[in-house]
Design a protein around this ligand. Sequence first.
Ligand SMILES: Nc1nc2c(ncn2[C@@H]2O[C@H](COP(=O)(O)OP(=O)(O)OP(=O)(O)O)[C@@H](O)[C@H]2O)c(=O)[nH]1
Ligand SMILES: [Mg+2]
Length: 303
Amino acid sequence: MNAVDELASGERRPLARLLTRIESGDPELRALLPELFAAGRGGHVVGITGPPGSGKSTLVNALTGEWRRRGRRVGILAVDPSSPYTRGAILGDRIRMMEHAADRDVFMRSMASRGELGGLAATTWIAAAALDAAGYDPVVIETVGAGQSEVEIARLAETTVVVEVPEMGDEVQAIKAGLLEVADIIAVNKGDRPGADRAARQLRAMLSTAGGRIERAPPPVLVTTATTDEGVATLADAIDAHRTAARSPIEARERAASQVRRALADLAARRATAAPAWDETLRAVADRELDPLTAAERLLDGW
Ligand SMILES: Nc1nc2c(ncn2[C@@H]2O[C@H](COP(=O)(O)OP(=O)(O)OP(=O)(O)O)[C@@H](O)[C@H]2O)c(=O)[nH]1
Ligand SMILES: [Mg+2]
């Protein structure tokens, strides 16, 4: 039995082992990827992102309680987009805070990437596929909303929840563009703080007039208090409801396109870097004998 076959049992040990190999970029995994994908069981991949401290982990914890009451087996990846050197330490503490650690039907793992299989995005999708193959549904990916990482997770996730806090204030306009790009659902968390309902109304008004992609309705804005479960069942309902929309052929194709584009970019960069002409090409660009675009074309055509 290989590492993918072992997942079908739904047991934790083989999954944990495989995730360790994924995280460390074990090159032997490359050959298993087609099989890993074929072994997917249709678990709903849900991304949870948002600014540091907005309550993402607490909300995932509360959602997990709700999903467990609904009989779901919940898989959680806490993805650390920061340097590999902070690996595990901070996220590990948070993971320990979670109340579902003893539940056999909840699997949690924090991950960083050393990048050998193609960076954090690649590591994350492969890990999500492993959780799916092990029968978790939903497969939740929590990542801090810092620059590119949230966009990458949103491309991977079928449903992305952006967790904001009431104190958005003047940042609202700045947040808007990013929200439109990634959010399928917005949770204004810390609903026990003053101004939460007002912040939600502001966001709704703003999103309803926003440019964005015309064919798409603005994302629902919900108020939650992760610490008391207030609004959490409604959020779970919204996530479930979005699953159907996310699996329309158009949405599925769009996700596939951005995943393949991302893989292409990684692959092209890695091959070019390894090409014999790499050093000479860099020298030529540095000495302005060659422009970067022509250099890239030549590296690609050289294969
Ligand atoms: N008042 C209040 N506090 C909350 C709520 N949700 C989370 N918190 C608190 O906010 C702090 C941060 O919560 P986390 O769940 O760790 O936030 P996070 O977004 O996962 O943080 P990072 O992973 O560091 O980005 C903790 O002290 C939580 O107890 C809420 O609904 N109301
Ligand atoms: Mg967190």
